[in-house]
Design a protein around this ligand. Structure first.
Ligand SMILES: Cc1cc2nc3c(=O)[nH]c(=O)nc-3n(C[C@H](O)[C@H](O)[C@H](O)COP(=O)(O)OP(=O)(O)OC[C@H]3O[C@@H](n4cnc5c(N)ncnc54)[C@H](O)[C@@H]3O)c2cc1C
Ligand code: FES
Length: 256
């Protein structure tokens, strides 16, 4: 699989909430190769920001050669992207990273997303054919939750209790008495740490997608290393590059 850097075209841009935007991008070369859990690097037009910004792939439409990203505006890069309109050029590199593994049809899986870790779980819900429960955690304002409904059972948690369980994603799992054979999750590190502990305690196979800060995005600069234990090794600790060796890791491989 070869990653591609190209000047693609914005197909549409929609504001989902105050600070969450959804963009479809026309890119046959990247869409044809991509799968759930991979990301693209988006370049700014501002020459002073040389580093591209990593954004997960939220949906892939191979037939029409397009990708969707859903992102929160937090700084200059994402604010610039939120101003792009249909027809504008957008420079992107991808698909990057390893993505989530496929699962046999007889398995059941929790697809857990927290905040801006929710978007990649939508494409994963579409790709997996086993029994899926999407457990989605928000601070308050919901986004994308209704789009999971055709592909998975959906359970919500909000910090303020305005929808679903008041609390976090694990509170929602416990409150609803849910069980699964496998966990796949993306979200903030404290959430991933708690999920790793929960999976260990219950003996559940678990895959975590880490969203640390990156620089090159292609494994060259070591800006994104995390500590990792080889699963089959003993206590050997290695550095792994989240952009290239991840962003998806088996939970027991990474130290959070
Ligand atoms: C593999 C991967 C996938 C990602 N997928 C998504 C996605 O689907 N949607 C989305 O909205 N965001 C995603 N992110 C985070 C996104 O890359 C950052 O929010 C973005 O780079 C910020 O750029 P900026 O120029 O707007 O802000 P900057 O000016 O660079 O930073 C603004 C603020 O955001 C913080 N920040 C920057 N990068 C990160 C990061 N990676 N994690 C946490 N905080 C950060 C900075 O510390 C600073 O406080 C992903 C990150 C990674 C590594
Ligand atoms: S961002 Fe450069 S090695 Fe990962």
């Amino acid at each position: 699989m070869a990653k591609v850097k190209e000047t693609a075209q914005v197909i549409s841009q929609e504001q989902l909430s105050d600070d969450i935007f959804s963009m479809w991008i026309h890119t046959e070369a990247i869409a044809s190769q991509a799968h759930a859990g991979q990301f693209i690097s988006v370049y700014s037009n501002d020459g002073s920001k040389l580093l591209p910004r990593p954004i997960s792939i939220c949906e892939i439409d191979k037939e029409q050669g397009r990708l969707r990203i859903v992102y929160r505006t937090v700084g200059d890069g994402t604010k610039e992207f939120s101003g792009y309109q249909a027809g504008d050029p957008i420079v992107i590199l991808g698909p990057l990273g390893n993505g989530f593994p496929q699962l046999p049809a007889e398995k059941s899986v929790f697809l857990i997303g927290g905040g801006i870790g929710i978007p990649p779980m939508l494409e994963l819900a579409k790709e997996l054919s086993c029994k899926k429960t999407a457990v989605l955690g928000y601070r308050d304002v919901l986004f994308l939750n209704e789009e999971f409904a055709p592909y998975a059972d959906v359970v919500l948690a909000t910090e303020d209790g305005s929808a679903g369980t008041k609390g976090n994603v694990l509170d929602a799992i416990r409150e609803n008495g849910l069980q699964a054979d496998v966990i796949m999750a993306c979200g903030p590190t404290p959430m991933l740490r708690a999920i790793k502990a929960y999976a260990q305690e219950h003996g559940i196979e678990c895959y975590l997608s880490l969203e640390e800060k990156m620089a090159c995005g292609v494994g060259a600069c070591l800006a994104c290393v995390c500590k990792s234990k080889e699963v089959d090794g003993h206590s050997h600790v290695h550095n792994k590059r989240i952009c290239k060796d991840g962003p998806v890791f088996k939970a027991e491989e990474v130290e959070l």
